[in-house]
Write a protein that binds this ligand. Structure first.
Ligand code: NDP
Length: 260
């Protein structure tokens, strides 16, 4: 399916985690394409700029995705204000440390709430509307969901859970000939402030631009592709991890500056 910019004019989109980083850049791209956007995060930062860039609508609702009620509240707001949804773009993550696992089980339990449970809650809530509109879910995951990385054990767990869940849901929707597509996004290191702050001095591999990552994610959703690997090396690493695990492990461990 070829990407048509015009397909996003007036499209009804909910983007989560849109106050910074890749989510913010996605909100700006959707705005330039003339979409109607509901933006959510805990902080309100981008609505006005979205309107100035050409969004038909740009509405903000604050939501804390680590709570039980806010995921549903946010989807209900979008459904009511936009009269339905064409795209559900799940992108937010809770704050976690880039550090050696220290045994904090409570943190893993907590991180599952924003990074995983809120995703499945929102997807389920939005599904009937997406069925009606022949819509799409876009799930922003990570290379960490495909391949474990050191210093990110809680984060890797949540992203693997996302890949497992939405992979299964994607099969089920296809088998019942649903109208809804799911695009699973595998990202490598992207130059957002939070990611760069976390890995500074530890990872030396280059970070790719958030605005380009955001555009690739949007095109993947709009063309109903099952997966995106961005940047290119994430695809190669995903292939290599099963072909020759010792080499992959060597590359991962030696890409990090670590002195115990
Ligand atoms: P950022 O840290 O820049 O943005 C995270 C967003 O989530 C912010 O808008 C933040 O807004 C929001 N957020 C944080 N906590 C909560 C909460 N409790 N409830 C609701 N919203 C919350 O992240 P990135 O842009 O770097 O990452 C975006 C996505 O891309 C994530 O899914 C990440 O896993 C994935 N990714 C990123 C990579 C990278 O290198 N950057 C690599 C691989 C994957 P606020 O604080 O206002 O709530």
């Amino acid at each position: 399916m070829k990407f048509k910019v015009s397909s996003l004019r007036g499209a009804r989109v909910l983007v989560t985690g849109a106050s910074s980083g890749i989510g913010e850049q996605m909100a700006y791209h959707y705005a330039r394409f003339g979409a109607q956007i509901v933006i959510t995060a805990r902080r309100e930062k981008v609505t006005e700029k979205c309107l100035s860039l050409g969004a038909q609508k740009a509405l903000f609702i604050s939501g804390d995705m680590s709570t039980e009620s806010d995921p549903d509240k946010v989807v209900d707001f979008a459904l009511e204000k936009l009269g339905g949804l064409d795209y559900l773009v799940l992108n937010h993550i809770g704050v976690t440390r880039f550090a050696v696992w220290d045994g904090d089980v409570d943190h893993v339990k907590w991180l599952m709430k924003p990074n995983f449970f809120s995703y499945i809650q929102m997807a389920w809530r939005a599904l009937p509307s997406l069925e009606k509109s022949k819509g799409s879910m876009v799930i922003v995951s990570s290379m960490a969901g495909k391949l474990s990385n050191p210093f990110t054990a809680p984060y890797c767990s949540t992203k693997s859970a996302l890949n497992g869940f939405f992979g299964a849901l994607s099969h089920e929707l296809a088998m019942k000939k649903s109208n809804v597509s799911i695009s699973l996004i595998t990202l490598g290191l992207i130059d957002t402030e939070s990611a760069l702050n976390a890995v500074r001095g530890i990872i030396t591999t280059p970070a790719y631009p958030a605005t380009e990552a955001a555009l690739n994610i949007i095109v993947t959703g709009a063309t109903r592709q099952l997966e995106l690997y961005y940047p290119w090396y994430t695809y190669v690493m995903n292939l290599f991890k099963d072909w020759y695990p010792p080499l992959t492990n060597h590359l991962i461990q030696n890409a990090l500056n670590y002195d115990p």
